[in-house]
Design a protein around this ligand. Structure first.
Ligand code: HEC
Ligand code: HEC
Length: 346
């Protein structure tokens, strides 16, 4: 006979399977829904600790240095743009713009994604072109449309700032200021950027009053009729995979440009949904301005083309159900501690 634990590992189709299996097992109605409920909630437990890679373990000195670098505009060619200019903590590490403006005052082709909860990430950028945060960090510094800093000159530039020599020496004894260490420090700081406990987490932990009835109905829809869980799974609400969800943008081919696999045309990385309210506008092109409009996109607003994921289909959600889903998404916002702007070394 099927055991509940076997079924729980079948993550994706869990809600459907659970209900079916519980019926099979002949569990009486009340206990059945309680058990299904508990199993579903178990899938959304927050992890206990942040994972750090073996080749770049955490240290306070590295995280501290990484924060300084993240907020330091001197990492850009014109000394006027830091990582935080676009990944701004006030907008949960985005910038509130459709697409951001880089150093040469040019608009970028894609919307700025958050750097929240990336310690758990697998591939980075909307199209997955970077394999680690360490590798990713040097990209925007050198990019001619983002920070436009000649990497050959960056080490010299940092060496000329007295305070940095000490800080690098503490964080990386023996190697000091190198490009690799710049990437390693920034990546370490980024891994400390984790969303705090949200009303949703308090509800998952058993506080029934933490979220509204509308939000609870929304969560059921998320895992059921609305099928969001097919891609937005687990506590951070992402499978870290790439999908074409049928946005009208047909210029940007996303993951296909990296892998040249036809079925990946228009596929972009599934973003996590933590603090999603603070992160408008939405999508790789910043084309959707509100959460209502996002849900209506999935409900019936997507374009038809060969590459659209089979998990995208007309949902037939009523206006009330759309409102419930949006109410649920609001419960993912946490009161993250205020981020203080660091005093930069001179
Ligand atoms: C001018 C705005 C801008 C600046 C400055 C900037 N970024 Fe970004 N960042 C972006 C955009 C836009 C993307 C998405 C680009 C893409 O996917 O092609 C991005 C993507 C990322 C990602 C990938 C996120 C994910 O979910 O895969 C990380 C991490 C990141 N940036 C970190 C940094 C760091 C570190 C710096 C400073 C060294 C920085 N960014 C500077 C705009 C910016
Ligand atoms: C087939 C997989 C898939 C399904 C199903 C799915 N999503 Fe998404 N979602 C994605 C991907 C991929 C993106 C980014 C698409 C892009 O920018 O091109 C995204 C983007 C979003 C965004 C914007 C996030 C941001 O940071 O800009 C929200 C909000 C969202 N989805 C909510 C939902 C909800 C609610 C549902 C259910 C009604 C749902 N998704 C169903 C894959 C999916």
């Amino acid at each position: 006979m099927l055991r509940l634990t076997d079924i729980v590992s079948r993550f994706k189709y869990l809600p459907v399977v659970l209900v079916g299996a519980a019926t099979l097992m002949g569990i009486e109605q009340g206990a059945q829904s309680q058990q299904a409920d508990d199993a579903l909630r178990a899938l959304y437990q927050r992890p206990d600790a942040v994972p750090y890679p073996e080749d770049n373990p955490y240290s306070d000195a590295k995280a501290h240095l990484g924060k300084l670098l993240f907020f330091d505009p001197r990492l850009s060619g014109e000394n006027n743009l830091s990582c935080a200019s676009c990944h701004n903590p006030s907008f949960s590490w985005e910038d509130g713009q459709k697409t951001s403006v880089g150093v040469p005052m040019t608009r970028l082709g894609r919307h700025t994604p958050t750097v929240l909860n990336l310690a758990w990430g697998e591939l980075f950028f909307w199209d997955g072109r970077a394999e680690s945060l360490e590798e990713q960090a040097l990209g925007p510094i050198a990019s001619s449309v983002e920070m436009a800093q000649d990497l050959d000159q960056l080490v010299g530039k940092l060496q000329a700032i007295d305070g940095y020599s000490d800080l690098f020496e503490k964080a990386f004894p023996g190697t000091g200021i190198t490009l690799e260490n710049v990437g390693a420090a920034i990546a370490t700081y980024e891994r400390t950027i984790v969303s705090a406990t949200a009303p949703f987490d308090r509800w998952i932990a058993g506080d029934e009053s933490a979220i509204s009835d509308a939000a609870k109905r929304g969560f059921a829809l998320f895992n059921g009729k609305a099928n969001c869980v097919a891609c937005h799974e687990g506590w951070n609400f992402t499978d870290w995979g790439f999908h074409d969800i049928g946005l009208p943008d047909d210029q940007d081919l996303g993951r296909y440009e990296q892998l040249d696999i036809a079925s990946l045309k228009h596929a972009f990385k599934t973003p996590g949904l933590r603090n999603i309210v603070e992160r408008a506008p939405y999508m790789h092109d910043g084309s959707i301005r509100t959460l209502e409009a996002v849900v209506q996109h999935y409900n019936h607003g997507f374009v038809q083309r060969e590459t659209v994921s089979e998990s995208i289909f007309a949902l037939g959600l009523t206006d009330d159900e759309v409102a419930d889903l949006v109410a649920f998404l609001h419960t993912l916002s946490s009161d993250d501690p205020a981020v203080t702007y660091p005093k930069l070394p001179n």
